[in-house]
Design a binder for this molecule. Structure first.
Ligand code: GDP
Length: 195
């Protein structure tokens, strides 16, 4: 898809702060530092629209990016950052759950995991939740450029096994620095809108 316009439309915590539910939305979940902001920047062909940071765990808002006045990419707060208090973690879970459970124009929720590592138990919980909610269960395996091409298959198997992914093709290796998969990813999203 040609990106003619991309903007950070809204930064929200509470439901009343969400933009009106007039466009299909794709939400992205994953632990902090997995590469969500970088993924969104790559997809939108922008360097810095979504903030990337080397201090994980700071974002606790839902960021709505409007694309071509046609759809939104929604960056959910990253989870699993060890150095925050339990009450804080619960607050984040609340923010994520409220959005996922109540958003009628939410078309897909997509999990991001780091291709180098076995997914965590929190990733597994998130994936189960995604599947139980009736979404397709697409997983983006980020930072593909950080491993050798010969290791990709093995890592996909590891991710597939831990998460219990039914179809391996649903795990899509992705590099935000090389950006080779951006076009195909847009085809997938566009197909989902047409369905
Ligand atoms: P977020 O917390 O999930 O939004 O993660 P960020 O997008 O901020 O990425 C965390 C770190 O990983 C940053 O230092 C990024 O530059 C790096 N990163 C993210 N995606 C990639 C990728 O595909 N390849 C490489 N080499 N680094 C990446």
């Amino acid at each position: 898809m040609k990106i003619s316009k991309a903007e950070l439309e809204k930064v929200a915590v509470l439901e009343k702060q969400y933009p009106i539910s007039n466009l299909p939305e794709f939400a992205f979940a994953g632990r902090s530092n997995v590469g969500k902001s970088s993924f969104i920047n790559a997809m939108l062909n922008r360097k810095n629209l979504a903030r990337t940071s080397s201090t994980p765990g700071k974002t606790r808002t839902i960021n709505f990016y409007k694309v071509n006045e046609a759809l939104r990419l929604v960056d959910l707060p990253g989870y699993g950052y060890a150095k925050v208090a339990k009450t804080e973690k619960e607050k984040w879970a609340g923010i994520i759950n409220r959005y996922l459970e109540n958003r009628e124009n939410l078309l897909e929720t997509i999990l991001l995991v780091d291709i180098r590592h076995e997914p965590t138990n929190l990733d597994k919980q998130m994936y189960d939740y995604i599947i139980h909610s009736g979404f397709s269960g697409i997983v983006i395996a980020t930072k593909k450029d950080k491993i050798k091409r010969s290791q990709v298959d093995k890592q996909i198997s590891l991710i597939s096994k831990k998460l219990g992914v039914e179809h391996r093709e649903n795990i899509i290796p992705f590099s935000s620095s090389e950006k080779n998969e951006v076009k195909d990813m847009w085809f997938i999203f566009e197909d989902m809108i047409k369905f």
